[in-house]
Write a protein that binds this ligand. Structure first.
Ligand code: NAD
Length: 439
């Protein structure tokens, strides 16, 4: 029987190492907080890192070995929480960085959870539904003893959906002697343990914060324009609520699998989200020929950051605004609010800070997803489900509260927003570790 094995690169192809970047960010704040050595050592590394092989029978009868991960960065404040990514270029350094960011995200949002992340090196574009189901079930069989509602709770992330979560929940139930434990995973469909509002939560959460930033910066949302990188879950709902508030999105972008490149879609008078959605596939790829016929200017993918707009929303992948391309950002841009995880490198953030651009960091701006996941768990535990209005109302309160804690500290200490957010988040986790007697 044929067998194909995938190797695990330590860093991405370009040599960019997201975990080094996450540690660099952490070290800077640890210095500002004056953290002692044991606390630094504990928090700059994951508590636990799992690697495993997932043998899968493909539809054509061959066996293929996929490589899976789960990283539990810190659970001092509660069970680990974080998504599972299916990505062909997944690396352990990416997963480690994302797990660490989840710890800070749950902490800055002040929810009683820690940070985790997982992934499988695979490309769902080239996998059938059945093959993806087998990967999900194989993934949970390898890690079941180390996850659970009170240990570590995965969720959807890049290229995984509520369907993947159900396969994982179902397999976990089989492995748990049939016990129904919907709280083992979040991002489930409504009606099968999912929360209303989860689909919108990350994008909407980002815009609740943007609304407050604009208020503080005395900018009228109806007079602002934005350019968005991505057209997936986060980008779409951020664009939707921002448009409902009266803002104008002039560009979105996406990855085109067939051409193996990214494209931007620009319309000076504002994109029409409904018409774009009709020509977008399930991976968030917009049909460029149809878009052109609808009057969109189809541009190279990196042009999304060059438009003359007030707000940039990177909501696709990490490492999008770097020292190399930050100079291309228009002088009109006043706010960069991060939907994706790790889209702005520290060097690029320094450059933006010098230019007076307000950068709202990922782990604050995109915390809406995990806050709603926490609500999902609360509803699972109560076995009582809230209305969408209730969920979104609670989400708005939580995001607004988190933002003002950060904004007030930034004003008081005269530090940038991301530093204030990190100071609050890291301090809360360090305190929890100390109280437990870990350091
Ligand atoms: P998704 O898979 O639904 O969509 C990703 C989108 O980005 C797609 O439209 C894709 O075409 C586009 N894209 C990919 N590469 C691109 C490139 N180089 N240039 C332009 N567009 C590109 O993913 P998502 O759930 O929207 O997640 C996006 C980001 O937000 C990720 O970094 C993810 O980790 C982060 N995030 C997601 C959530 C959530 O709840 N979904 C929560 C927090 C953070």
């Amino acid at each position: 029987m044929a067998s194909k094995t995938m190797t695990v690169p330590k860093t991405t192809k370009e040599g960019f190492n997201p975990f080094k970047m996450a540690q660099q960010q952490f070290d800077r704040i640890a210095d500002k907080l004056g953290l002692d050595e044991p606390t630094r050592e504990l928090l700059r590394n994951p508590l636990r890192e799992y690697h495993f092989q997932i043998p899968i029978r493909m539809d054509d009868g061959t066996m293929k070995i996929f490589h899976g991960f789960r990283v539990q960065h810190n659970d001092a404040r509660g069970p680990c929480k974080g998504g599972i990514r299916f990505h062909p270029q997944e690396t352990i350094d990416t997963v480690n960085a994302l797990a660490m960011w989840m710890t800070w995200k749950c902490s800055v949002a002040d929810i009683p959870l820690g940070g985790g992340k997982g992934g499988v090196i695979c490309d769902p574009h080239n996998l059938s539904e059945k093959e993806q189901e087998r990967i999900c079930r194989g993934w949970v069989r390898q890690i079941a003893r180390d996850i659970g509602p009170y240990q570590d709770v995965p969720a959807p992330d890049v290229m995984t959906s509520s369907q993947h979560m159900i396969w994982i929940m179902d397999e976990f139930q089989t492995l748990s002697h049939g016990e129904f434990q919907p709280g083992v995973i979040t991002g489930k469909p409504v009606g099968l343990g999912g929360s209303r509002g989860r689909t919108e939560a990350t994008g909407y959460g980002l815009i609740y914060i943007l609304r407050e930033v604009l208020k503080e910066m005395k900018m009228d949302v109806t007079k602002t324009t934005a350019s968005v990188q991505g057209f997936g879950n986060v980008a779409r709902y951020a664009a939707e609520l921002y448009s409902q508030y009266g803002g104008k999105v002039v560009a979105v972008s996406c990855w085109d699998q067939n051409d193996a490149t990214s494209y931007g879609f620009y319309k000076k008078n504002g994109v029409n989200l409904e018409e774009l959605l009709k020509i977008t596939d399930r991976f968030g790829t917009i049909d460029k020929d149809k878009a052109q016929k609808l009057g969109y200017q189809v541009t190279p993918g990196d042009e999304w950051l060059t438009h003359d707009v007030d707000i940039l929303i990177p909501a696709a992948l990490e490492n999008s605004i770097t020292a190399e391309n930050v100079g291309k950002i228009s002088p009109k841009v006043k706010i960069v609010i991060c939907g994706a995880n790790g889209p702005v490198t520290p060097e690029a953030e320094d450059a933006l800070d010098k230019r007076g651009v307000t950068v709202i960091p990922d782990f604050l701006a995109n915390a809406g997803g995990v806050v709603c996941s926490y609500f999902e768990q609360v509803q699972n535990n109560q076995n009582y489900y809230w209305t969408k209005e209730e969920v979104l109302g609670k989400l708005d309160n939580k995001m607004t509260d988190a933002f003002y804690h950060v904004w007030d500290l930034a004003q008081r200490k005269k530090v940038r927003i991301s530093d204030a957010a990190y100071m609050i988040a890291i301090n809360r986790v360090a305190e929890a570790c100390k109280m437990r007697g870990w350091v």
